[in-house]
Design a protein around this ligand. Sequence first.
Ligand code: T1G
Length: 698
Amino acid sequence: MSEVVTYKREGAIGVITIDYPPVNALSHAVRSGLLDALSQGQADEEAKALLLVCEGRTFVAGADIREFGKPMQEPSLPSVVNAYESSDKPIVAAIHGTALGGGLELAMGCHYRVAVPGAKVGLPEVKLGLLPGAGGTQRLPRLTGARKALEMITTGNFISAEEALEAGILDEVRSEDTARAAGVVIAGDVIAQMKPPRRVRDMEEKVRADRGSDVFDEFRATLEKKSPNLFAPFRCVDAVQAATDLPFEEGVKRERELFMECMKSPQRDGLVHAFFAEREASRVPGLPRDTPVRSVDSAGIIGAGTMGGGIAMNFANVGIPVFLLEQKQEALDKGLALIRRNYESTARKGRITSQQVEERMALIRPTLSYDDFSDVDLVIEAVFENMDVKKEIFGELDRVCKAGVILASNTSTLDIDEIASATSRPEDVVGMHFFSPANVMKLLENVRGSKTSSEVQATVMKVAKRIGKVGVMVGNCYGFVGNRMLHRRGAEATALVNEGATPQQVDKVLTDFGFPMGQFAMSDLAGIDVGYRIRQERRKAGEQVAPNWMDKLAEEGRLGQKTQAGVYRYEEGSRKPVPDPAVDALIEQFRMEHGIRPRSISNDEILERCLYVMVNEGAKILDERVASRALDIDVVWIHGYGFPSYRGGPMFWADQVGLETILASIKRFRDTSGGDQWEPSALLEKLVSEKRRFSDLN
Ligand code: T1G
């Protein structure tokens, strides 16, 4: 008898129970156990119907992703699903939590399906670069019709139990205390009414009606616009179309072919890596999982600007009261008005109710006085990037706040240790770097100072999860992980324009690669003055910072979207970047002043220089232990800067390109354009000489 799947008869119902924490994934042991339990049920003459349920937090959440890439062990999931569907005893699946991927496919292989309120179902395989590979693309359209099946399978979105009932996936949504109890009721009805096994594969009506429909090309056209670079979504459409064109058995064969094409795609590799890396990042090497954490039941944010306001929203969204402090009432009013506008626009989209808007606004308490911070558990400073101002603020916080408070700075580049030195409690000081817009972007870069205690580190990692962020713990250096690599890419992109490329050419290379925005469109969004002020601060501090044509934009007041002109021009009310001949002239002028003869630059050179300089910097960051693992850097870039997740992040992608190839190019760029950015990372050279990859460091 398998420990993970058991069979037990209750009256005339043979109950098959999966118990394989944390999410009852369909590992080899579960698949084998399912077949054993089915055989027992079929041999049990007293059992007139079978009931499939799961213990723990959820019904089956899918195939066991940890088995991907390893040799598949029989029984395969399709064969298990087919065995359940072929059973001559009716089988009921009772769903709670999330029935996803192979889990929903298994439930559709059963003959009746019931769920409890709050349950969700979905086929999220496309988010892993796959498609439902155990009959899902053939059975779902037989239940819902092609359009609903395409919507679910090409987006991977979950739907509620009520929506699934409406769509024809479920037979009932019942409010018994447990899914098991609901399942027992349904199985009892099946027996009492002598209902036969109702096999989804025999349901031909809806797929016949959809044969030859335009819906497939309609979805392909939408995907061409929305995600032209992705491989799997288009295969999903092909698989669902096969369900309408072919008999079931042939459709399943076609699904298998398409599934294997996706399984072999580098995009599946990247997406599965991104899935696990996001979860692994929350386990910080050297920080034991049982490290004590402090409770955070109240917060205080300093600065009611775009960042401070967005940060405050994150806490209000999860019911944590938060003081918002400014120096002047006018700035406070402006900040609160922006927060309200953001909430009201979310409410207009139907994502929250107007009552929730008021509840959240009530949790954000404006103040002009530090005294209100005397009892908060966490303070996050979010004022502009000036070290003197930040130190003054932390000195004040040190005087006002209670013992045990966590004092955090949202600084994006400045030295956490220097900020901590303005207090008597450096062990309680940490960086919490949010990404703009702070109430939207998922990444929270937690920065440990040299004295930040383990308790404080563990607490801010827990806060990240609680406010719905992806937390990554990084070390303290200029720009930490994300911005340090971004600044290298920005400098290279700017140099490429100096040398002859246009800003729009550089941006198109990056968006064609899969970034949501190019380097210069991003500068316009963030504000040209942000980079300008940082370069001026570094020049003031005596650093050698090369002249930069973007300085001229700032000096001419072309600050980006906020002034409707930056690197690009912006029509009134539009955020669409439009190339501007005035900027071309400004760049020409800059080249002449600096004796630069422009040359035409290939897209390959642009991509290599923008991305390899990031990889090289990432390797240096790893070498300095500023990031603990390559996967931490991948997670920072996917969730903080929109690095295409199907490429797995910069370090995972570098492994796929080949470190030897990249190192050779880095050495070539060092020899042609010089600059410390092209000094090859010693770690990269070591990995290449040892024929290892960044993933060996995870
Ligand atoms: N396989 C293995 N482990 C999984 C898993 C899975 N499918 N899903 C989750 N885990 C682990 C996860 O790594 C974490 O482990 C723990 O469970 C809790 O997850 C043939 C081929 C279910 C909504 O894509 O969306 O079926 O870090 O932190 O936020 O057609 O997990 O604790 O060690 O995410 O509450 C399709 C993926 C697979 C679902 C729960 N299924 N999972 O979210 O917890 S492909 C999916 C999720 C497939 C078939 C195809 C979420 C969740 P650890 P968590 P959560």
